[in-house]
Ligand binder design. Structure first.
Ligand code: ADP
Length: 626
């Protein structure tokens, strides 16, 4: 049946314009949402991804200019207490001969314990070391010059501002140290001063990679190496003489504490959010190394981040609207995996930090925002299809009923015409040749019409599921022979030989009338479509527990592109339609239906131009339900 135009996929200019408009609307929505998403603060999630990227990449190299000395548990065990002025004076005496570039204390000397004598000794040695400085977290503001000092008698010691910033009240607010100060109020920090010892070009702090301004300071991100990346010694090993100080030559030596007694001695870093994640002196070493290598991670420019958010939003919205759900999800998953990979790849070798949290949010928001809309559209579409389907069903039913009614009403007048023709034909009154020919034509046309009407009536019964199956135990050969006999006259007209090769069979339970009609349709087709002077072979045998009947002709065969359709109702091949062979296109449809309700199968094999073979297989036993 032809599909009504409303269901046709053909596009008219109207829907196309609507589609373009809808596409523009979708794009605008996606971009609007992208703009909105870009405004949301996602520092915490972004920092989480930042840390992840830091952790899973291979550790960056160190410069080799840094050495660490720790007051560690070994020192406390060996000295039986925390090292005081005496131990530190001894350490400084050893270091004073080591020719280090700088000796940097990351602890508060005023908190050290010891006798006055030891303290005086410590201060004396320290005063004689121009390369010694003490880091502090405090900053000296403009106008406060000279205020950054220890109280007397420590006021001669050189104190330098080297704060460790942590994201406590700004950025990710998770207490993790990720950034460092390059300068504040245009004054460089101690880290910059120390890095200049090896890299004088750092004088120009504007050249520091990844630099950004924040509340009057210039900052950048620390390119962290994992904990324990720097060579380190225990303070006690040095003062006991177990280790030589010779390796500190030309190095920056950082002295820190690792006794797990004060949180100030540690920092949370991307490697660990534990409060003792990394020792404070190590954080300073990482800052100095970042400056020395000038390899601080640099944030991608805002426009690039916006671009990625927009691309993800547009892609997600497009996928949600235009693709099948599973396919769309697979594409999105791949796109997102690709983007994440690119993100990590840019961070690892190039220390480029492209935002990941915003595109991720864009993906989720766009997906969950538009999916319900898509569902509504789909729902409406299936409702429309359902309605159209119902309408088509009703039309189909009406048509069948109408055809059945018409056919039924036509049957009586035709039967009357046939009867009258019979009477005239049997009447002994001589007729002229013309009259006899006209009578024969009336008879033949009446037969054709009756066949057609009967086929239509049977089709109507099938549609209404009103075909009763009356099984009787019958020998299929008997039914076949009867049908062959009835078609002999038709075959003779075309000089076609009907050859039967029937093996003796046991009776099987079938509806003889329906099966007779099946054979009749097939044999009639074989004769109808075959050329004159050919043969039609009708065979029967018992094979693999089934009765197999084959009707093979030497006719034109069925083209490969039509063979799948020949059992469809009202199907007639192109050749049949253009030839004079009459037919309704219902013969094979009815034959297959009747075979199947008898529990059998009907198939065809045909090579175009070389005849066709129709095969019916019937079970020996009746299985209830068939
Ligand atoms: P019809 O009334 O057209 O014969 P059928 O349902 O019996 O309808 O057959 C459907 C189509 O299958 C026919 O139009 C014809 O093209 C093809 N067909 C059926 N039997 C044969 C055959 N023995 N040889 C060639 N083509 C056949």
């Amino acid at each position: 049946m032809a599909i009504p135009p409303s269901l046709d996929a053909a596009e008219t200019p109207g829907p196309r314009r609507k589609k373009i408009l809808f596409g523009i609307l979708r794009l605008a929505l996606a971009l609007g949402l992208a703009g909105f998403i870009a405004q949301i603060k996602l520092d915490y999630i972004e920092a989480y991804f930042y840390d992840l990227r830091t952790r899973i990449r291979p550790a960056p190299a160190t410069t080799g200019h840094l050495e660490m000395i720790f007051v560690d548990p070994v020192t406390i065990r060996d000295l039986k207490r925390s090292p005081g002025f005496g131990a530190h004076a001894r350490l400084l005496e050893i270091l004073s001969t080591a020719s280090a570039r700088a000796i940097v204390y990351d602890l508060d000397p005023t908190q050290l314990k010891g006798s006055d004598q030891d303290r005086a000794r410590f201060l004396r040695v320290a005063a004689g070391m121009p390369n010694l400085l003490f880091l502090t977290d405090d900053l000296e503001m403009n106008g406060e010059e000279g205020k950054l000092r220890f109280p007397a008698p420590f006021d001669k010691l050189r104190v330098a501002p080297g704060p460790k910033s942590s994201d406590t009240s700004n950025f990710a607010k998770d207490g993790v140290t990720r950034r460092f100060l390059i300068s504040y109020q245009d004054r460089p920090t101690a880290h910059v001063e120390l890095a200049r010892l090896f890299r004088p070009r750092i004088a120009d702090t504007e050249k520091v990679r990844g630099r950004f301004s924040f509340l009057g300071t210039e900052q950048s991100h620390i390119n962290f190496r994992p904990p324990r990346s720097y060579p380190e010694s225990s303070l006690s090993d040095l003062i006991d003489g177990h280790e030589s100080a010779a390796r500190f030559r030309d190095r920056i030596v950082l002295i820190g504490q690792d006794t797990q007694m004060s949180e100030r001695d540690y920092a949370r870093t991307p490697y660990s959010r534990e409060s003792v994640g990394m020792r404070s002196a190590e954080v300073h070493a990482n800052i100095i190394d970042t400056l020395l290598r000038n390899d601080a991670p640099a944030r991608a420019p805002l426009w690039l981040n916006l671009f990625f958010i927009a691309v993800v939003s547009v892609l997600t919205v497009h996928v949600v609207f235009a693709m099948k759900p599973t396919r769309g999800l697979v594409i999105l998953a791949f796109a997102f995996a690709g983007f994440t990979f690119l993100n990590f790849f840019l961070f690892w070798p190039f220390a480029w930090w492209v935002s990941l949290a915003h595109p991720l949010l864009a993906f989720f928001l766009c997906y969950y925002f538009f999916i319900p809309y898509r569902l509504i559209i789909e729902n409406r579409r299936s409702w429309e299809i359902y309605q159209k389907h119902r309408l088509l069903q009703q039309v189909e039913e009406l048509k069948t009923n109408f055809i059945s009614m018409m056919s039924h009403d036509l049957k009586t007048p035709i039967a009357r015409i046939q009867g009258m023709t019979d009477i005239i034909q049997r009447d002994p009154t001589p007729l002229s040749n013309g009259q006899r020919e006209a009578l024969d034509t009336i008879r033949a046309s009446g037969d054709d019409l009756l066949k057609f009407i009967n086929a239509i009536l049977q089709y109507g019964r099938i549609e209404a599921q009103q075909v009763p199956v009356r099984r009787q135990s019958r020998d299929i050969n008997v039914i076949l022979l009867d049908v062959i006999r009835r078609h002999e006259f038709l075959a003779k007209l075309k000089r076609i030989r009907l050859i039967d090769e029937l093996e003796p069979l046991f009776p099987i339970p079938v509806d003889p009338e329906l099966m007779g009609q099946v054979f009749s349709n097939l044999i009639e087709n074989a004769i109808k479509y075959s050329p004159e002077d050919t043969k039609v072979l009708i065979s029967s045998e018992e094979k693999d527990g089934r009765v197999v009947v084959q009707i093979a002709d030497q006719g034109p065969g069925i083209p490969p592109d039509e063979i799948a359709h020949v059992f469809m109702k009202f199907f007639r091949s192109k050749n049949a339609r253009s030839s004079t062979v009459k037919g309704s296109g219902l013969g094979l449809y009815l034959a297959r239906y009747f075979t199947e309700i008898n529990g059998g199968t009907l198939t065809v094999e045909s090579s175009y131009g070389q005849g066709s073979t129709f095969t019916i297989e019937l079970p020996l036993q009746h299985t209830p339900g068939e």
